[in-house]
Design a binder for this molecule. Structure first.
Ligand code: GAR
Length: 197
């Protein structure tokens, strides 16, 4: 059984999808803890499923490195096989990425390498494209630049704004994330093979 720690910053709908999937005996992964960098609303999903939570507020630390050290210590307490960034809106220090990658994945609301960064949906709308997408990637030292594990195209519809488009993207993201974690857990996807040569 693959043990997951999921990190969030916001509402946690992708986390919720993972918790619901992992609730079924046939799903080969379990969420052992959920962490956040702030008082994220999505922590309530973990509490609903009886999953422990921890919060390491970025604002409580003098610098990114010491925040990252504490976050890594909290994550390691749970001895996860995989760490999932699920709407975690803070860049991890390189030391944390090095310690966890490639067993560290992220979901992103665009068809990478298109529209990386914190505003993937807004940037797609601003660019006037007629399709964008959703991606699940391995986290590396860059910004949304790691190996792509799964992705799917999503049309931008006439009249879409950031909110309506993001809502449709998230439906696909949830499917991709649940399926990707399943494939990592059952051995269909070998994250070690994504390590740079
Ligand atoms: C998701 O769309 C996720 O891809 C995005 O935040 C949203 C979180 O939604 N993450 C990023 O943009 C990271 N660059 P959720 O809190 O409802 O799961």
């Amino acid at each position: 059984m693959l043990k997951l720690v999921v990190l969030i910053s916001g509402g946690g709908s992708n986390l919720r999808a993972l918790l619901e999937a992992a609730h079924h005996d046939s799903y080969p992964a379990r969420v052992v803890a959920v962490g956040a960098d702030r008082e994220a609303d999505g922590l309530e999903h973990a509490e609903h499923f009886g999953v422990p939570t921890f919060t390491v507020p970025f604002s409580s630390f003098d610098d990114r490195a010491s925040w990252g050290d504490e976050l890594l210590a909290q994550i390691r307490q749970w001895q996860p096989d995989l760490v999932v960034l699920s709407g975690f809106m803070r860049l991890l220090p390189v030391g944390v990425v090095d310690a966890l990658s490639p067993h560290l994945i992220n979901t992103h609301p665009a068809y990478l390498p298109e529209f990386p960064g914190a505003h993937g949906v807004r940037d797609a709308i601003a660019a006037g494209v007629d399709q964008t997408g959703a991606s699940v990637i391995v986290v590396d030292a860059g910004v949304d630049s790691g190996p792509i594990l799964a992705q799917r195209r999503i049309p931008v519809l006439p009249g879409d704004d950031e909110s309506s488009l993001h809502d449709r993207i998230k439906i696909v993201e949830r499917e991709l994330l649940v399926q990707t974690v399943r494939e990592i857990a059952d051995g269909t996807t070998d994250l070690e093979e994504t390590r740079p040569a």
